[in-house]
Write a protein that binds this ligand. Structure first.
Ligand code: SF4
Length: 133
């Protein structure tokens, strides 16, 4: 993976991804990025700007998210909860482990990205995972 920037809250988006997204291009890129993260376990740089997921998103307007302030708040909430900092370098496996550990339990997901339009879907995926444990 040549571009290793990742918005912290995308650790949650990836965790709950079930093949749905903003556009076919978005979901294809999401699948590709997830495959690269899982196979290569790269070192990522945490950022609160456009990243490898945003690059194929229709909400990415010339490198800036249409929901800029809202998603930056998601990033900051996730970093606070998981003890992470913007600019920090972290291996994918460590990031996803921290997200899993720190954003588990009633209300935790909503505390990070409660106003996201995909929240209901993420909660249903989370409930199904909890049923299997
Ligand atoms: S909605 Fe915004 S933060 Fe989310 S992937 Fe699209 S451009 Fe990136």
């Amino acid at each position: 993976m040549s571009d290793c920037k990742l918005r912290p809250h995308h650790g949650l988006c990836i965790r709950f991804f079930v093949g749905k997204g903003y556009s076919p291009e978005f979901t294809e890129n999401m699948k590709k990025v997830i495959a690269e993260l899982e196979s290569g376990d790269p070192v990522l740089t945490l950022c609160t700007g456009a990243d490898v997921i945003c690059r194929a998103c229709p909400n990415n307007i010339c490198g800036t998210c249409r929901d800029g302030e809202k998603v930056a708040a998601f990033d900051n909430a996730l970093m606070d909860l998981c003890g992470l900092e913007e600019g920090q370098e972290i291996r994918w496996s460590e990031l996803t482990a921290r997200v899993r550990k720190c954003v588990t339990g009633p209300g935790k997901r909503a505390g990070v990205c409660g106003s996201c339009s995909w929240g209901e879907l993420c909660d249903s995926v989370n409930d199904k995972c909890a049923d299997k444990q």
